[in-house]
Design a protein around this ligand. Sequence first.
Ligand SMILES: Nc1nc2c(ncn2[C@@H]2O[C@H](COP(=O)(O)OP(=O)(O)OP(=O)(O)O)[C@@H](O)[C@H]2O)c(=O)[nH]1
Length: 639
Amino acid sequence: MKHVIIGTAGHIDHGKTTLIGALTGRNTDRLKEERERGISIELGFTYFDLPSGRRAGIIDVPGHERFIKNMLAGIGGIDLVMLVVAADEGVMPQTKEHLNILSLLKIKKGIIVLTKKDMVDDEWLEIVIEQVKEDVSGTFLENAPIIPVSSTTREGLDRLVNEIDFLTEEVEPKDVHKPMRLPIDRVFSIQGFGTIVTGTLISGTIKEGDKIMIYPHKIESRVRSIQVHETTVGIAEAGQRVAINLAGIKVEEISRGDVIAAIDSMEPTYMFDAKLELLKDAERSISNRDRLRIYHGSAEVFGRVVLLDREELLPGENAFVQMRLEEQIACQKDDRFVIRFYSPMITIGGGTILDPNPPKRKRFREENIEELSVKEKGDIEDIVEQQIFRMSESYPDVAAIAKAAGNISIESCNIVLGNLEKKGAIKSFKTMEGAFYVHSRFLEDLVEKVKIVLEDFHKKNPLKTGMSKEELRTKVMSYTKPKVSDELYGFLISNKVVKVNEQNVSLWDFKVELSEEQEKIRKQIMDLYNSNKYNPPKYKDLSTILKLQEKILEPIYNTLIDSGELIRVDLETVFSKEAIKDAKELVVDYIKKNKSIQLGEFRDLLGTSRKYAMAILDYFDQIKITRRVEDKRILHSSK
Ligand SMILES: Nc1nc2c(ncn2[C@@H]2O[C@H](COP(=O)(O)OP(=O)(O)OP(=O)(O)O)[C@@H](O)[C@H]2O)c(=O)[nH]1
């Protein structure tokens, strides 16, 4: 079933409220002050059963210029407008301002209703019709039906009802599949029920019992019950006017302008990027940092406009801007907003939000304009790619990317990510904690950085086989989790940028180059360890044995450890690579023949001391060749 919401618009006293009463047989709620003064101040709500059986929600707005902010709070979610013009007065200032607002909010459909037909003659009526036609030409109401009525005599009302029924048939339904969003336009309490909020559900669905969050203050609550058109329902859908009874929350904690959405689905913001248009008939231009009133959803906030590519925005022009707000709001990409001057209070323009959570932007930067052009064009692949480029350094997952791209579901984002990876624009890395994505240009930069850092390291440490993995990680992969850096190392290795030796990383084709003298010493050390295979000298004795100064010995010795020619089995004990290789063969053969080996047996096999035999066996346990079972070792792989 399609849901429709009809709104009124028009100058004060032109007969909006009377018309709603005549059409629906019901009065919208009225404040005492409104009744006394005979004007509407607040939004009025009711509903209307059309001949087709459809039930339409109705929002009646005040016409007085002082209450335009109330009009703005209700008008954003409507599907169809009745622009009311009193036949005796014709088009007046607020008729025009309301028409501007409707156009800026991209309301698509409407009917022009000429009220008070009983007060004018046909000739006058013709003149007013001509005037109205002229004033709506070039707007979305250009070809809208113009229907003269009298709410007093009811003349023309049947035709109006049929026209409304016909046009609501064509209304595009709001998206029930998008995340739920409900800008709040009224908050009140009812004794015995507690806090009630009302609003137009602009997307998604809301159910009784749902846990929700109220933005921008991120207050959690639960939907205790829902009413649509005065009837309690279990679930409400996009396009309906809803009243929600919220659990555990006081009226003072919520206000008009707040937004209800799923928990953590929105990111409140003090700024947004937008394409701003200044109305052709705006009375003045906008300069950089002008203070304005900004209307978004049902919210009104003050803010300053930062013109990103010019000093002044003239009437009829549009430009990319960053709005800096004095209070937080919760908005989304593609949302519309309206701006009014602070003094005099007049609607001067509006626009589309392109980035609801942007970085603070500097003016006159080519890259900002480029980024916002892509967002404006709205090609989702370009937008996602751009976000990944911007976010690569934090290695985002699909949820973070979808949120940054705005207005896109995880499912569609996954499809876009697949396409981008196929094109080679981005690369995904799958870890146990889920996939993350980076831009290909980011990876190219990473490779360059790694090369520079390692080249420098090798130059300064020619005898070291490489830099520690951890050090390189903190230098070039800032803020990565270990899992992420493992994946990045994998990428660097498979692309032959680096090689990893134990815990050290070097450039792929780096080799330690020893001088002739150093090479001799290296050989002496290795001979010493190979000839005392299982009775290796201690490092502290090397200098005496070889009669060499420690400062000459140390770097060469470290090179041997780094390269794995000498293997450190514990803090103090080092064996030659060959000794370890042979010991491994011996132990594996022995266990294969005898099922297990004991420390004593291993010691005899190597002809070494109990201490060294134990050190080697512990090392084999560590590198998963053997496994200890009581006082025996078996092969690690055996059950
Ligand atoms: N004769 C005649 N009077 C009308 C008609 N419609 C409204 N009126 C009168 O016009 C006055 C203003 O009507 P409202 O319905 O309050 O006007 P409104 O546009 O809702 O006013 P605001 O909401 O305050 O902007 C009232 O005194 C109505 O009785 C009509 O069709 N014929």
